[in-house]
Design a protein around this ligand. Structure first.
Ligand code: GLA
Length: 390
């Protein structure tokens, strides 16, 4: 019955419209205002500063591309329905910002909501989908995050498809990021609607557990991703939410482990910290080139767990050229000793021997024929890249 309703819903939608197929062939990379600046502190200057920082830090050269304004840029609607920008926060208007961001060689993203109001209480796009999509296209928007607050009685497939079609009709290729918190299991239906979909409630800058019942620490979110790997691939990504790397609630080990696991998951790498005032150790995490290339691997495989002893896990991400990334994650708050015997690790499609590289230490190790003893610091990771030995 559930399947029939699903089929009927799909058929009753406009079958001629589609998403922009060629976008997000690897997980989108960029920055979003929400995790650090939230509603209160986001404004024009912040957005321009972040675009500048993305270039001056060298992040742009590593593939970070999208600068996304989250909630609270909008304030009301004109009688015609056109959205009105909050002129206190954004005095020069959104087109000005989009042009500024484009002039830096970056791309520009914005936020709206499928309901009557955004989560921050600003006007949502319900009943204004086409007019909003056209406005975004006119402004030069390249990425839309579309939230799910204040949607009582709405059907997610219909609501998101309505905006997909409006974007398609407006004609400007825009990455469509669904933020429905995983309620309707969007991994089962959203690959024809958007390019990425949130899988859980909001992340917060904590190791694990939840805050106020609806904000999750990143380890909590990580555990919900295992099993979803079959739904991800080029143009269609599970989104475990934006990065908390660099925000105050995580230690440096915790931040490194968080970034590493998001790279392993082929998660969108959307930074959520203050890029302008970023300490060197945080910059080094966000700019770890080899991990970024693991995240951006063209095959687009999401990592899965191959070993779990409660507070110690091993994840595998198959890579192009028969390479494999293996991540050992120590969830315990003390050091973990472990002996790696590659052949007994249950790595899928293991056809050694491989050359073994420790990614964080940038060090070539003995090959996969050798057994090694290692020690993983508290709440930290060790990542290996295995490449076929010629
Ligand atoms: C929701 C989303 C967040 C953020 C806020 C903005 O909670 O899940 O990512 O966009 O709304 O109000």
């Amino acid at each position: 019955m559930k399947k029939l309703v699903f089929l009927f819903t799909i058929l009753s939608l406009n079958i001629y419209a589609q998403k922009f197929e060629e976008l997000a062939q690897t997980p989108p990379m960029g920055w979003n205002s929400w995790n650090f600046f939230e509603c209160e502190r986001v404004n024009e200057q912040v957005i321009m500063d972040m675009a500048d920082a993305m270039v001056s830090t060298g992040m742009k050269n590593l593939g970070y591309e999208y600068i996304v304004i989250d909630d609270c840029w909008q304030i009301a609607r004109e009688e015609s329905g056109t959205i009105i920008v909050d002129s206190i926060k954004f005095p020069s208007g959104i087109k000005y910002l989009a042009d500024y961001i484009h002039s830096k060689g970056l791309k520009f993203g914005i936020y709206s909501d499928a309901g009557t109001h955004t989560c921050g209480g600003r006007p949502g796009s319900k009943s204004y989908e086409e007019i909003d999509a056209q406005t975004y296209a006119d402004w030069g928007v390249d990425y839309l995050k579309y939230d799910w607050c204040n949607t009582e009685g709405q059907d997610p497939i219909k609501s998101y498809t309505l905006m997909r079609d409006a974007l398609y009709k407006a004609g400007r290729p825009i990455i469509f990021s669904l933020c429905e918190w995983g309620y309707s299991e969007p991994w089962l239906w959203a690959d024809s609607v958007g390019h990425l979909w949130r899988t859980t409630l909001d992340i917060t800058d904590r190791w694990d557990g939840n805050r106020w019942g609806n904000q999750l620490g990143w380890v909590e979110i990580l555990e919900k991703q295992n099993g979803l790997e079959k739904y991800a691939g080029p143009g269609k990504w599970n989104d475990p939410d934006m990065l908390e790397v660099g925000n105050p609630g995580l230690t440096i080990n915790e931040a490194r482990a968080h970034f590493t696991m998001w790279c392993m998951l082929a998660a969108p790498l959307i930074c959520g910290n203050d890029l302008k005032n970023m300490p060197d150790d945080i910059r080094e995490i966000l700019m770890q080139e080899e991990l970024i290339s693991i995240n951006q691997d063209p095959l687009g495989h999401q990592a899965y767990k191959i070993y779990d002893e409660g507070n110690f896990e091993i994840w595998q991400k198959p890579l192009d050229n028969e390479e494999i990334a293996i991540c050992l994650l120590n969830l315990e708050n003390c050091e973990k000793e472990f002996t790696i015997n590659w052949k007994s690790l249950k790595i899928k499609k293991f056809k050694g021997p491989y050359l073994v590289k420790d990614v964080w230490r940038s060090q070539d190790l003995k090959d996969s024929e050798s057994v090694i003893g290692i020690s993983i610091p508290a709440r930290d990771v060790v990542v290996y890249k295995l490449s076929k030995k010629k």
